[in-house]
Design a protein around this ligand. Structure first.
Ligand code: ZN
Length: 275
């Protein structure tokens, strides 16, 4: 380990943890995580992974900061309104931790760029706000054999999940992918978006912080992976539920006879799922 004095000081509370230690901290500094969406979920994910010293953070987002984002998207600030979200987030991260290199991808993740983007990273954290992207990222991560830590939020509700169906577990089986739980996107308009139904800002912080925790666990290989479980939080009831989810042998992606073997035709030009 070649930590300088500032790094020993900065990461002291991590190094103290037997599960992390100097070796784990060095592992984090050598890790690369791709965060999809620098919004409500991406903000806390980016802030905590930056503070944790994850050495390379890729950010995918084609949007600019809007005043209505600031109620929950805490990686951005008032003076960043109008700025590209990837640039605004990169500035904040640089101010938090100079050990972190940020790679900005000012674009949407699409079927034609998803595999190339994802293959450059160790773990993917999805904080996107629409089903088309969520399905695309699930499929791309499975095909690229990358662990995906995903979350979804609406109003006072949050869900967090880890998918690594590409990995064989100790029993010779594998965990589920997103499609094992939700085989296809719901019909458009059936489930409202946060823009339509609202979301409590702090719920994004909670779900995103859980996501950041699971990303660090996956990078370090510590604790119990969330793969195979669905963590559901009811913010108004102040309750958490952890539900077991099994892989679906008939899953079109990770099942016994997959029909999805590439990303072609996954999204139409408007970003809607056509498959
Ligand atoms: Zn599956």
């Amino acid at each position: 380990m070649n930590f300088n004095e500032d790094q020993i000081n900065r990461y002291a509370r991590h190094i103290l943890l037997p599960e992390v230690g100097g070796i784990g901290q060095e592992k984090l500094l050598n890790s690369k995580v791709l965060v999809i969406g620098a919004g409500g979920l991406g903000s806390p994910v980016l802030l905590y992974l930056a503070a944790a010293g994850v050495g390379t953070l890729g950010i995918v987002d084609d949007d600019v900061v809007d005043l209505s984002n600031l109620q929950r998207q805490i990686v951005h600030s008032t003076h960043s309104v109008g700025m590209a979200k990837v640039e605004s987030a990169a500035k904040t991260i640089a101010a938090i931790n100079p050990d972190v290199s940020v790679v900005t991808h000012k674009e949407r993740i699409r079927p034609d760029n998803a595999l190339e983007l994802i293959s450059q990273y160790d773990v993917v954290a999805d904080g996107s706000d629409n089903f088309a992207t969520r399905f695309l990222v699930n499929d791309a991560c499975y095909l690229a054999k990358k662990t995906l830590v995903s979350a979804a939020i609406l109003r006072f509700d949050a869900q967090v999940y880890t998918f690594k169906a590409h990995e064989t577990d100790k029993d010779g089986g594998h965990g589920p992918c997103y499609r094992c739980i939700f085989p296809a996107p719901p019909p458009e308009g059936q489930i409202p978006t946060c823009a339509e139904a609202g979301v409590l800002g702090a719920m994004c912080g909670m779900a995103g912080s859980l996501q950041a925790t699971e990303v660090v666990k996956e990078l370090l290989g510590i604790g119990e992976s969330l793969s195979g479980s669905l963590l559901i939080c009811d913010g108004l009831g102040a309750t958490f539920r952890k539900i077991s989810v099994r892989p679906d042998p008939a899953c079109s992606l990770c099942g016994e006879t997959p029909t999805i073997t590439g990303l072609d035709g996954c999204l139409d030009e408007q970003g809607s799922l056509t498959a």
